[in-house]
Design a protein around this ligand. Structure first.
Ligand code: ADP
Ligand code: MG
Length: 569
């Protein structure tokens, strides 16, 4: 129905809008980046849908974004001839936030504007950033292929509600009009807008155009469009897909801005890797490591994966098949020359070429991380804080790359006795005693319990380093690591600890004697604990504590057992 209706925003949308309006003051100009980014996405989507339905172009295949302004009216307008939106899509896309885990995310907000503004970064800034500078936003849109009468007009002035109504609209695509706040009118300025586009949207692969200025008129008139003539437009950005350019042509800033476009992230990436592969497979990849873990990293339904292009044509977002799950935090683009333009998610799952690309891209990422660890330990430490837990899923999921992943892991150990996970297995091995054959670890619920475990006494006495594990995933990890540098891992809380090779002859003798001497005691303890334990024995692993409980080699670890208990098993 064409009638005008007023609707309330979904609660989460309202919260995001509120945050946007009140907290993102430091960098207001990003609103234009977000709107141009959306316009470019809309053009990508149209191109994709037109692959199977040419008529969607409606005889206008000159795809572009146009930015206009009106100084007197105090407006900035961003238009595209992309896919457009139907009435339902407008309500869905501009009135609600569809991302899974959103409500938990908003429960984490503190009310402290500074902290919360930081959180928005993880969420993605998006369309609502228009409200940083606008007191009113109007959207005029029509979906490609729909009748002119199916146009939609959306308006919003406040934080609580918006209106939608059907309108006549000849033009396919979307026009967004920002009515600038009184103190943001400066944005309605030719040079200002041009420089913002150049700065943030240069990498956008379609033309971002503005009206040409008339250089013939007096200086103070120079930012007004030429009068009396049909307006002429010129392209402001480079308008080539960034990943198709050669590495030496692309500046760090361009890489960073491109990242924000593909990731919908607000912060700069930490590192990236841009590669062209030719030969049996022919593709280009540009992969980024974000600075911050997304709020929904542990949400099974969260979007993940790369943006897939085939011969420069956008095919899909979130193509999951190109990287394993434990690298789900990686963002970026892959552009294939081998895949067919009508490739679907189902086809991706079966195509053997995809497996080859997946293993090559996985290696790329692992190499990029190894390089970062080597060249900038501090940077790597912040990366580890954000994503270490996910990387620990790696050895279980990706047997082939077990050794590569193991090198990337970081642990806290008795070497530093600090909770910071900053020691590599290579560090550990380099400090091993000449006679030592195993890598020892202790696992507990938290760092302090691990650190003060009685199982460590003998190791501390002998000066043997032990990994201190206390993350939920650690025992799972250890179950799959098996060995490193040909040294097996040994849980010091498990089984009869054989430190034989580390004991001197004298110590061995003393141990045998004490076992004999205490045989009586052992019998009595066994009786007293009958049915509660499976074995009692004299141990040499304690120095201060009189006794300790250990699980047998075959049992699951204590931490795993607690995990299962919590899960009600
Ligand atoms: P994101 O771009 O991360 O999806 P945004 O808040 O920027 O989030 O945009 C929300 C949604 O609104 C988009 O996903 C898209 O579906 C829709 N949208 C925004 N701008 C346009 C546009 N110019 N043309 C078509 N759809 C748009
Ligand atoms: Mg967006």
């Amino acid at each position: 129905e064409a009638k005008k209706e007023t609707r309330g925003f979904q609660t989460e949308a309202k919260q995001l809008l509120h945050l946007m309006i009140h907290s993102l003051y430091s960098n207001k100009e990003i609103f234009l980046r977000e709107l141009v980014s959306n316009a470019s996405d809309a053009v990508d989507k149209l191109r994709f849908e037109a692959l199977s339905n040419d008529s969607l172009f409606e005889n206008d295949s000159d795809l572009k974004v146009t930015v206009e302004f009106d100084k007197e009216a105090g407006t900035v307008t961003v238009s595209d001839n992309g896919i457009g939106m139907s009435r339902d899509e407008v309500i869905e896309n501009l009135g609600t936030i569809a991302k899974s885990g959103t409500s938990q995310f908003f429960q984490n907000l503190t009310g402290d504007q500074k902290k919360d503004a930081h959180l928005i970064g993880q969420f993605g800034v998006g369309f609502y950033s228009a409200f940083i500078v606008a007191k009113e936003v109007e959207v005029f849109t029509r979906r490609a292929g729909s009748a002119a009468s199916e146009g939609v007009h959306w308006t919003c002035t406040g934080e609580a509600e918006f209106t939608v109504e059907n309108i006549e609209r000849e033009q396919r695509g979307t026009t967004i009009v920002l009515h600038l706040k009184d103190d943001e009118k400066d944005f309605a300025d030719n040079w200002r807008l041009r420089s913002i586009i150049k700065k943030y949207s240069d990498h956008i692969s379609i033309p971002v155009t503005m009206q040409k200025v008339n250089y013939d008129v007096a200086d103070d008139e120079s930012d007004k469009p030429a009068k009396d003539a049909a307006p002429e437009y010129e392209t402001i950005n480079s308008a080539t897909a960034l990943w198709t350019r050669s590495r030496s042509d692309v500046s760090d800033d361009e890489y960073k801005e491109f990242y924000k476009h593909v990731s919908h992230d607000h912060a700069d990436p930490v590192v990236w890797s841009h590669n062209k592969v030719e030969g049996k497979l022919d593709y280009t990849s540009l992969l980024y490591v974000p600075a911050k873990a997304p709020f929904d990293m542990y949400n099974r339904d969260a979007a993940r994966g790369l943006k897939l292009y085939v011969q420069r044509t956008f095919i899909m977002d979130d193509a999951e098949q190109f990287l394993p799950l434990y690298l789900r935090f990686i963002k970026g683009v892959v552009d294939s020359n081998d895949l067919s333009l009508n490739v679907s998610r189902e086809i991706l799952q079966q195509d053997p070429n995809i497996d080859a690309m997946r293993s090559a891209l996985t290696k790329r990422v692992l190499d990029m991380l190894a390089k970062m660890a080597k060249s900038d330990a501090e940077k790597y430490a912040t990366f580890w804080k954000e994503f270490g837990q996910v990387l620990k899923e790696g050895p279980a999921e990706d047997f082939t790359n077990r050794e590569k992943i193991a090198k990337l892991l970081r642990f806290s150990t008795t070497h530093t006795d600090k909770p910071d996970q900053d020691q590599s297995l290579e560090d550990y091995v380099s400090r091993m005693k000449p006679e030592q054959k195993k890598i020892y670890y202790v696992a507990a619920d938290n760092f302090n319990t691990a650190k003060s475990s009685p199982h460590l006494e003998i190791f501390r006495k002998k000066g043997i380093e032990v990994l201190l594990l206390s993350d939920r995933i650690d025992e799972w990890l250890m179950g799959h690591l098996v060995d490193f540098d040909e040294k097996s891992f040994q849980d010091v809380g498990k089984g009869a600890l054989d430190l034989g090779e580390l004991d001197s002859e004298e110590e061995k003798k003393a141990q045998e004697e004490s076992a004999k001497a205490h045989a009586d005691l052992i019998e009595r303890v066994k009786k007293a604990l009958d049915g509660k334990v499976s074995e009692v024995r004299v141990t040499h692993r304690l120095t201060d504590s009189p006794a300790c409980l250990v699980v047998s080699e075959q049992d699951m670890g204590a931490q795993m057992r607690r995990l299962l208990e919590q899960a009600g098993q």
